[in-house]
Design a protein around this ligand. Structure first.
Ligand SMILES: O=C(O)CCC(=O)C(=O)O
Ligand SMILES: [Mn+2]
Length: 201
């Protein structure tokens, strides 16, 4: 994959009221395996809990938050850990392609098909009105779904987030669409996802 002048238009998904690009093979399988191994070991993975109806429930995945800014997510205030070298390397690759800057990254580790992420959009105030989010996937392939917030005539859309893929969500995407990573009963191995973000405040 060339590092510069990648024409994103051919990767644009047909999703109205949104701007989403999906590059299935952004990293080679060899690079992806190396990144997966490195991230498995060098990231300080945590099992966090979320408060739901007054009860503390373990999140159905492991998480980690790195970068320059703190961030409140699912009611949790995340204090960042300082950038790890592997994260800076990935960040600079993605910045070259998107022409955007990122100052933080949320990492999610799905240990099996029973780990998941529910419907949400990344529309926290500190991300601004048109958040640009760059999402990288390593490891097991998982289904990722979009559902329009209001217009029921627009069908939901699902794509498979492949090993080494890059998904860019920008423009009005977070305002108009929700996304999720559903559970699967298929016996699958682990997956690591990184979402690079720009926190404004
Ligand atoms: O694991 C994924 O692909 C989804 C991650 C996501 O939506 C998020 O971190 O906000
Ligand atoms: Mn999200």
């Amino acid at each position: 994959m060339p590092e510069k002048s990648l024409d994103l238009t051919k990767y644009k998904l047909k999703l109205p009221d949104a701007e989403v690009y999906f590059i299935p093979d952004f990293f080679t399988p060899e690079e992806s395996d190396l990144y997966f191994a490195e991230l498995s070991q060098s990231i300080n993975w945590k099992q966090e809990s979320i408060k739901l109806f007054g009860r503390d429930l373990p999140m159905p995945r492991l998480t980690a938050w790195y970068g320059d800014k703190s961030y409140t997510y699912s009611g949790l205030k995340n204090e960042p850990q300082p950038w790890a070298p592997v994260l800076l390397q990935l960040k600079s690759k993605i910045e070259k392609i998107t022409g955007q800057h990122y100052n933080s990254v949320l990492l999610n580790r799905y240990r099996s098909g029973q780990d998941s992420m529910g419907w949400h959009s990344d529309n926290e105030q500190e991300l601004g009105l048109q958040p640009g989010i760059a999402s990288i996937s390593f490891g097991a392939e998982r289904r990722f779904s979009f559902r329009h917030r209001i217009n029921k005539d627009l069908k939901p859309l699902s794509i498979n987030l492949t090993n080494g893929s890059l998904l860019l969500m920008q423009g009005a995407t977070q305002r108009n669409w929700l996304h999720s990573l559903p559970k699967t009963t298929k016996p699958i191995s682990e997956r690591i996802n990184l979402t690079f973000r720009y926190i404004k405040t």
